[in-house]
Design a protein around this ligand. Structure first.
Ligand code: PLP
Length: 386
């Protein structure tokens, strides 16, 4: 099948695969005082430097985790436990209504620890309501967590603006950048965030590895796990050397690809949308003109059930509805609901992403299959109604 499910996960970069195979071929624990251990530690250091460089951080500000889910948990639960104990006058956490569940559910678990959790609304294009955020961000603010790019719509959020509002009142700021890494340039200094979560597999690296950036000036979170001294005690456990090497290689390629600035992924997406129009398939971008990541979009196809379309395309084109973790459940996407979609209209939405390994031939083939499958779904729905 033609792979357009890049919001769920990206294909593995060949460079990441090569780096992992070579690391797996060499035994060595990065904590061991022998030559093999030193080699492993060197691979970890190289990977850390590449990941840091991709986001404009220094290597000491990177803590490897199992992925963005864990990084989000560490940023919210870990930071709040560390800071709230020391400063009881601040107990407010602001998250946006369209965050990934790993942020929303972690924040919700903190209510029992005396934290006030507020969900900031977004507008109908999925953009953070900055005026509402500014009103909520007062001297009670402890931490705000707003994602850089949404995983269901690709919408890019005004993070530098929100971070400045949080800092103005002395609050801390975290952003979940899992969907931004490798898709748009991300610079922690320009964004001026205190914490930032990333995931390797959304950036053409292996699954099972990610990282939390913590600015050297920001408070250290309480570790979620206890044990060894790896990752300066913040994330104990033997470092997965090969995964880190793969993540580092993917990050290095991503940096080079972002420097291309030829917007190839976007050219492919636009060409796909043009093909849909030529073939007379009605479709709307759910973000309605709001900026999204190059190559990625959520589309509403009137009269076509998104889940049925994914199934109808299963053998030829890989796409998905909503986030992969919630598809299969019969609940309306919380992201689309927050944007004002009814349960019925949210069911007509699918997301596509054109990755760097695709070309115009894939675009035309994918569009042909997409239009034919959408027509089959529409006919089937019509027949069911009769
Ligand atoms: N945050 C966002 C925005 C995501 O899209 C995802 C992946 O679905 C995650 C966090 C979780 O990332 P990981 O799979 O690395 O735990």
């Amino acid at each position: 099948p033609i792979y357009l499910d890049g919001f769920a996960t990206q294909p593995l970069a060949p460079e990441a695969r090569t780096a992992m195979l070579s690391a797996w071929d060499r035994p060595g624990n990065a904590g061991s005082p022998n030559a093999a251990g030193e080699q492993a530690a060197a691979l970890v250091a190289t990977g850390r430097a590449a990941v840091a460089s991709l986001i404009g951080a220094s290597p000491g500000e990177i803590t490897f985790t199992s992925g963005a889910t864990e990084a989000n948990n560490l940023a919210l639960a870990g930071v709040l436990r560390a800071v709230h104990r020391a400063c009881h006058s601040r107990s407010r956490v602001i998250v946006s209504a369209v965050e990934h569940k790993s942020v929303l559910e972690t924040a919700d678990t903190l209510r029992s620890e005396g934290i006030e959790v507020i969900r900031c609304p977004v507008d109908k294009t999925g953009r953070l309501n900055v005026a509402a955020f500014a009103e909520l961000a007062d001297e009670r603010l402890l931490l705000a967590s707003i994602m850089l790019v949404n995983n269901e719509t690709g919408a890019i959020q005004p993070i530098a603006e929100a971070a400045a509002l949080a800092h103005r009142v002395g609050g801390l700021f975290h952003t979940d950048a899992a969907q931004a890494i490798g898709k748009i340039p991300v610079n922690v200094v320009e964004l001026d965030v205190d914490y930032l979560s990333i995931s390797s597999h959304k950036c053409y690296g292996p699954m099972g590895i990610g990282a939390l950036y913590r600015a050297s000036s920001a408070p250290a979170p309480h570790p979620l796990l206890h044990g060894g001294r790896q990752e300066r005690g913040l994330r104990p456990g033997t470092e997965p050397v090969a995964l880190i090497a793969g993540f580092g290689a993917a990050a290095a390629v991503a940096a080079a690809e972002l420097a291309r600035a030829d917007h190839r992924e976007d050219v492919l997406l636009e060409s796909f949308l043009e093909c849909l129009s030529h073939r007379q398939l009605r479709h709307h971008r759910v973000t309605d003109g709001h900026p999204t990541v190059p190559g990625g979009i959520a589309l509403s196809i009137p009269g076509v059930d998104g889940d049925a379309l994914c199934v109808a395309l299963a053998k030829t084109v890989a796409i998905s509805t909503g986030s992969a973790c919630t598809s299969g459940q019969l609940t309306t996407s919380h992201v689309l609901a927050a944007m004002g979609f009814s349960a019925k209209s949210a069911k007509q939405v699918v997301r596509v992403y054109f990755n760097r390994y695709l070309d115009e031939v894939h675009v035309v083939l994918a569009a042909d299959e997409f239009v034919a499958a959408a027509e089959r779904c529409r006919l089937a729905t019509g027949e069911l109604r009769q």
